[in-house]
Design a protein around this ligand. Structure first.
Ligand code: PLP
Length: 418
């Protein structure tokens, strides 16, 4: 199955990374405490796992899920729904929920995630119903050498009344470090010092329960993410969440359903139990994904590739980027990840023009939940410097297997030698 030398190298690497694992085991335990405390406070019980149909009036499971997520995230309120269809939908719902014509949205972490470009209206056609179509203005302040440009932010805020400051925590498809909670707090404090009523929003995708605090616990007003990433713990079948200030969550619920109706309607169609279970599993599963990322970083660094973050760097999300500088290596890597997956290991992913993305993308996701990136997955836009983005791994053992399989595929194709 695997080359002798590769297995030897893997063993050696695993010895070296053990101490790094310990850090994340501690964080996982502290997050598990946070989650179980929320479960206790909300009196989670069998009755909450029942399903509703039709309007879904009085679905106490749906209500308690909002409450338990809010408590676990240290937020006033939360909107967790299976019919928030993706992370992009959660983020778009929050943006449309909060922003009004002539408001300014200021991104301080440069270009937002690819799929948000069409939501904002900085890519795609006019007339598609983007924020821009509704007269919402957008400005972005780029990172300088991967760092937040505090001077430029200050200058812009002194000259313009801004409704929302937008922060993307995880790097997305960008070649920059992700932002840790301390830095998010620093930005939030900084902008509120200049305009005290500005709404700070965080794209929290891939960041949940990686650190011991969430953005909403350090002054951020609203954040959103996907349930088929971290907070669904590999259990949620679909869904997204928005967490934050109560008044803002009400507006988001009005946007998702209808003004006046908000959170009070919506059948849960048997999804409650898997969503609750997902939050329960999230601290552990995220730790497994991080262990997989640490192993991958140590292995590929050893083979001479640049991996960000380094195997022993502080992490704030579950993503790693591996720089291949070569199209064939990149594709072989992603195909190898697929070969080492539990589902669809017999198919080969190919680059294609995915909706919402501007470059061709290759995606390896041999997952139980379609496209779930809390499960081991790799994706890459086909462009220089040929970076593969790697994330997930429901168990370290299966994650390690997938990583070794990617490496074996590179060896088999004679693209690397040990
Ligand atoms: C995944 C992700 C999103 C949303 O993606 P979906 O595929 O729509 O769930 C948004 N921002 C970042 C940084 C992400 O990683």
């Amino acid at each position: 199955m695997f080359n002798e030398k590769l297995l030897k190298l893997s063993e050696k690497i695993e010895m070296e990374i053990r101490p790094v694992f310990e850090t994340y085991e501690k964080i996982a335990f502290n997050n598990q405490i946070k989650v179980l405390k929320a479960f206790k406070e909300c009196k989670i019980s069998d009755i909450h796992f029942n399903s509703t149909s039709g309007y879904g009036y009085d679905d106490i499971g749906r209500d308690v899920i909002d409450e338990v997520f809010a408590k676990a995230f240290g937020a006033e309120d939360c909107l967790v729904r299976h019919n928030i269809i993706s992370g992009t939908h959660a983020l778009a719902t929050a943006l449309f929920g909060v922003l009004r014509p002539s408001d300014i949205m200021l991104s301080v972490t440069g270009k937002p995630y690819d799929t948000l470009e069409e939501v904002i209206g900085i890519r795609g056609e006019d007339g598609n119903g983007s924020l821009k179509d509704y007269g919402i203005k957008y400005h972005q302040i780029d990172l300088v050498n991967g760092e937040i440009d505090y001077n430029a932010i200050k200058k812009y805020l002194q000259e313009n009344k801004v409704k929302m400051v937008f922060i993307q925590r995880s790097k997305g498809y960008l070649d920059r470090p992700s932002l840790c909670i301390d830095e998010i707090k620093k930005i939030s404090d900084f902008v509120k010092e200049i305009q005290k009523d500005v709404i700070v929003m965080v794209d929290n995708c891939y960041g949940e329960v990686v650190e011991e605090k969430e953005p909403t616990q350090v002054g951020v007003d609203i954040m959103a993410g996907s349930l088929i990433k971290n907070p669904g713990g590999g259990m949620a079948e679909t869904g997204g969440y928005i967490a934050g200030r109560k008044d803002l969550i009400t507006l988001c619920a009005y946007r998702l359903t209808s003004p006046g109706i908000g959170k009070e309607v919506g059948a849960t169609l048997n999804q409650n139990k898997s969503i609750v279970k997902g939050l329960f599993f999230a601290p552990h599963i995220v730790k497994e994904a991080i262990k997989t990322a640490i192993f991958a970083a140590a292995l590929y660094e050893n083979l001479g590739f640049i991996v960000e973050p380094r195997f022993d760097s502080k992490r704030t999300d579950i993503i790693s980027s591996i720089r291949f500088n070569d199209k064939d290596k990149l594709i072989a890597f992603c195909q190898g990840i697929q070969m080492g997956s539990p589902v669809d290991s017999h198919v080969l992913p190919e680059p294609w023009a995915m909706p919402g993305y501007s470059d061709e993308v290759i995606m390896a996701a041999g997952t139980f939940v379609q496209g779930a990136s809390i499960e081991l997955s790799a994706d890459a836009p086909i462009k220089e410097p040929y970076l593969a983005y790697l994330q997930g791994g429901l168990t370290f053992e299966s994650g390690k297997f997938g990583i070794l399989s990617s490496c074996q595929n590179l060896i088999d194709k004679e693209l690397i030698n040990l």
